[in-house]
Structure formats: structure tokens, C-alpha cells
Design a protein around this ligand. Structure first.
Ligand code: NAP
Length: 283
């Protein structure tokens, strides 16, 4: 492994996670259990449609059942919650993923909270978040878990390092901050009201970009030798990091695409298999 300018290859990490699942899926099959992920898409946002399709295809490739529910964009919060409750009660469904974002008129938090904790494979509920904060979640949020999986796969030390997280969303910035804190990093969380962002990023050994703005993190802000993890995914396959400029300074960096994205999907599948293993019901 070339420690100099290492590209953190998410496809490779995802492959290794997927390979570890094959035997577990076979063992479940012997018990008469077919792991099943239900995805719910509300409306017709093309990016969301693509994400859901990618998740279903990944399920299919591994022999995991996927049930795709596509609801009209006029669906109300109550109607969406009713669908989630049906899936909660369905013993053949092990994981439920509500694709974010839902149309503005829907109370997304209420819908997330309707997902039963045992099926919250995407780690979106408040209980799941709290369990993650205590380091006790079965299903931490998938993208944060993917970031940790990449660091671990490449044996990048976390303990004692200064991690700067840019973004504080409940599905990404906050949970990844807590996971890195639980692994004994010293964590700084930045957001849109942070002063002197470049100065703070310049102190980081590990930078996590979770901003939602294309090529936002500049090479000039990065400390020589820092590890850069780009969770961003913007139109045109552009991350939240100016890759070329940051690559010159970083010791290791995730690309976009083929960085954190594929590992996020593999993590979702891993959580679905674990949910099926914990279930007592056979098909
Ligand atoms: P989000 O909910 O929009 O949160 C963005 C965060 O960035 C907010 O905390 C915001 O601060 C902060 N921010 C915005 N402008 C900033 C600025 N100028 N300086 C510093 N911080 C700023 O986004 P998200 O859902 O966390 O997603 C973030 C990115 O990750 C997006 O590109 C998304 O597509 C991507 N994503 C990727 C995956 C994957 O599988 N790879 C999964 C999920 C998300 P405030 O809190 O102050 O508003």
C-alpha cells in the first residue's frame, strides 16, 4: 500500500463488506430467512430515484430482497406514516429506508420517528441517534459508519487525532462527530455560522466534508498530510472537496465518485442482514 498520497478506494472497501455478507446471507437462508429492505420514495426527485434504484440493485446483487415503495408527491405525513407502520408490522421486512429528502409539506422527523428501532437500518430515528452517541447503536447512520469503515479498512489512526467535521446534519455531521469522539479523536464541528473556517480546517489531522456545496473545501485550507474524507455528492459527480487541490496536500483522500458512496450502500446492506439475523420470524 502506498502511504504517500493514498486514494481511499470506496469500491474496494464496499467489496470487502459485501464479501463478508455472502456467508451470513446463506446462513440466514438455511434458517428460512430472506433479508428484506423496504425503500420508500416520496415524489419524483431524479437524484432520489437514482439513489433508491442503486440501493435496490445492490440488494439484488447480494441476494437480499428489496421492496420498493414509490409514493405520489402529494402524499401527506399521515399517509406516509401509515405506510411505515404497515412495514413495521410486516415480519418479512427487516429494514426500512425512507429516502431523504421528502417533499416540504411532509413532517420528515415525524415520519423517521415512525420507523421501528429494530428496522431503522439507516439510523435516522432519535433513539438510534442516542444509541450511537453512547456507542451502542446496532445501526448507526450509514454514511458516518461508512466513513469509519474506510478509516479502519486503511488502518488510519483515529485516537488522539484532531478531526474537523464540516456540517452538523442529524444524519451525517453530528453522528460522525460522535463516532469519532467515541474513538478518542478530538473533534471540532463546523457549520454555516463558524468563523475562520479555513483556520480551523488547517488544524485538522482528519477532515470530514459534509456540507452539500460542490468543491467547497479548498486545498489551501488543508494541513500537509491530513486525511480528507469527502461525504459530499453534488450534481455532476462533484464532492464537497476540491479534489485536485486537496489531493496535493493530503496524505489520503476519498474520491467522488467511488469514495464514501459505495461504502454507504454496503453499510446499509450490512445493517439489513444484521436486522434479519436479529429477527425471529422465518419467511
Ligand atoms: P445538510 O443537511 O444540508 O447539511 C449541510 C451542513 O453544512 C449544515 O450543517 C450546514 O450548516 C453546513 N454548511 C453549509 N454551508 C456551510 C458553510 N459555508 N460553511 C460551513 N458549513 C456549512 O446536508 P447533509 O444531508 O448532511 O449532506 C451533506 C453532503 O453529504 C451533501 O453533499 C449530500 O449529498 C452528501 N451525502 C452523501 C451521502 C453519501 O452516501 N455519500 C449520504 C448523505 C449525504 P448549518 O447547520 O449551519 O446550516
Amino acid at each position: 500500500m502506498n502511504a504517500d498520497k493514498l486514494i481511499l478506494d470506496g469500491t474496494r472497501v464496499a467489496k470487502s463488506i459485501n464479501e463478508s455478507l455472502v456467508k451470513r446471507i446463506n446462513q440466514l437462508s438455511v434458517r428460512g430467512i430472506l433479508p428484506c429492505l423496504a425503500t420508500i420514495l416520496v415524489g419524483d426527485d431524479p437524484s432520489s430515484e437514482t439513489y433508491v434504484r442503486m440501493k435496490s440493485s445492490a440488494c439484488k446483487r447480494l441476494g437480499i430482497d428489496s421492496r420498493r415503495i414509490h409514493l405520489n408527491k402529494a402524499t401527506t405525513t399521515e399517509e406516509l406514516i401509515a405506510v411505515i407502520q404497515q412495514l413495521n408490522e410486516d415480519p418479512q421486512v427487516h429494514g426500512i429506508l425512507l429516502q431523504h429528502p421528502v417533499p416540504h409539506h411532509i413532517d420528515e422527523r415525524a415520519a423517521f420517528e415512525a420507523i421501528q428501532i429494530e428496522k431503522d437500518v439507516d439510523g435516522v430515528t432519535m433513539l438510534g441517534f442516542a444509541q450511537n452517541a453512547f456507542g451502542m447503536a446496532s445501526f448507526p447512520s450509514c454514511t458516518p459508519a461508512a466513513i469509519l469503515a474506510i478509516l479502519d479498512y486503511y488502518q488510519i489512526p483515529i485516537e488522539g487525532k484532531h478531526a474537523v467535521i464540516v456540517g452538523r446534519s442529524p444524519i451525517l455531521g453530528k453522528p460522525v462527530s460522535l463516532m469519532l469522539l467515541n474513538r478518542n479523536a478530538t473533534v471540532t464541528i463546523c457549520h454555516s455560522k463558524t468563523n475562520n473556517l479555513p483556520l480551523i480546517i488547517g488544524l485538522a489531522d482528519i477532515v470530514v466534508a459534509a456540507v452539500g456545496k460542490p468543491a467547497f473545501i479548498q486545498g489551501a485550507w488543508i494541513k500537509e498530510g491530513a486525511v480528507v474524507l469527502d461525504a459530499g455528492y453534488n450534481a455532476g459527480n462533484i464532492g464537497d472537496v476540491d479534489f485536485d487541490a486537496c489531493h496535493k496536500k493530503a496524505s489520503a483522500i476519498t474520491p467522488v465518485p467511488a469514495g464514501i458512496g459505495p461504502v454507504t450502500i454496503a453499510t446499509l446492506l450490512k445493517h439489513t442482514v444484521l436486522a434479519a439475523e436479529k429477527s425471529k420470524i422465518t419467511t
